[in-house]
Write a protein that binds this ligand. Sequence first.
Ligand code: 4AD
Ligand code: MG
Length: 431
Amino acid sequence: MADYILAKYISKHLNKEVTLKGWIYNIRKSGKIWFLIFRDGTEFIQCVVLKNEVTEKIFDLKSTLTQESSISVTGIVQEAPRQDIGYELLVKDIEVIHIAEEYPIALKDHGVDFLMDKRHLWLRSKAPFAIMKIRAEIEQASRDFFNERDFTLVDSPMFTPNAAEGSTTLFETKYFDRKAYLTQSGQLYSEAAVMALNRTYCFGPCFRAEKSKTRRHLTEFWMIEPEMAFFDIHDDMDLAEEFVNYLIQHALKNCRRELEILGRDISKLEGVKTPFPRITYDEALEILREKDYKIEWGEDFGAPQETAIAEEFDSPVMIWRWPATLKAFYMKRDPEDERYVLGVDMIAPEGHGEIIGGSQREEDINVLLKRIEKEKLPKEDFEWFLDIRRYGSVPHSGFGLGLERTIGWICGTHHIRECIPWPRTMVRLKP
Ligand code: 4AD
Ligand code: MG
């Protein structure tokens, strides 16, 4: 057994002596008393050092200890109603592990670019701490959601021979004496997997050479992609709604402390209610035109348009039945009107943009062949994908949820780069 406790369990030791191991987040001094805000990666705790409670040597540490020095601190757990966690530590002893050099991140506001250059240190600060905790919770909740619903996890490869989501954002890499691409989505592999396992999901990083420097785009992001045999577009939307609602309710129940640290307006998340609104692309156009956007049928929506539509609703809105020209080759044509495909985008509230893209898949090999030809995709690379339609083809559907955009919405962050530990964007490959 370890001879110290994790700070998050401090309330279980009221009036008892405990030892904590961690780092100094901040120090405040005033005469016969000084305070250190201690963190150990599980909680932030105020420790009080009183002159008549410790030896002179310990009391004098106030002049040698620096921000981010590592220590082992022993003391008595006390109630402290004015502390946000309700407890603090009355210090009895401090053992210094390492005195930190002058720390580059002060507790004042720095620009995010500076902080991102120091990401390896910035992760220690309160907001990144809370976001990483929430991210881990949401990843686990996602796995639980699908595992509880008869889905089998089938991981997809990172090296691929062909594009899934258009050739303009492919990262090419040398693969011995051939070329390979980094995966943009595991979907095509999942389509094969559901014919073996009925309902599957994959969850991993996706890579897109996005030349856009927006606050919603990363070049490396994580996507969770369920795929279901025998689901049509409506079943697909039902599942997407149930999944996103599950994640929000999970965050409200299990991430209160982190959301408070972030100063998130929790009422906004509490306002999320099922059923989520479902509108067609054509209905979305009408909303935009009423709001004086000049937009033609067949044009895609950018961030301002998405935000304008989302503003009309408290819950995420699903926009479905898109012009075929805007969407990927594998989406199923609407049998009632060939100009449309049975695709869906889910737009998060508060300007966080598209968190889900999904569709019913084209199960007819002849239609698919025409699309592949029309889009000038290399047919030989898609032969294996066409096999799915050659042997017991069935209607099937799926979607992909962008993890970082979803975290961004839950946490209320301004920029998606804060929602992944080590962001990769067009301009950032370090640290
Ligand atoms: O809409 P997308 O491109 O859909 C697909 O890739 C499908 N193959 C998924 C499927 O049906 N299995 O991407 C899905 C989601 C988007 O809605 C968005 O949330 C996120 O992935 N996403 C990005 N997130 C961050 N940075 C980027 N560059 C992203 N591109 C897509
Ligand atoms: Mg999309």
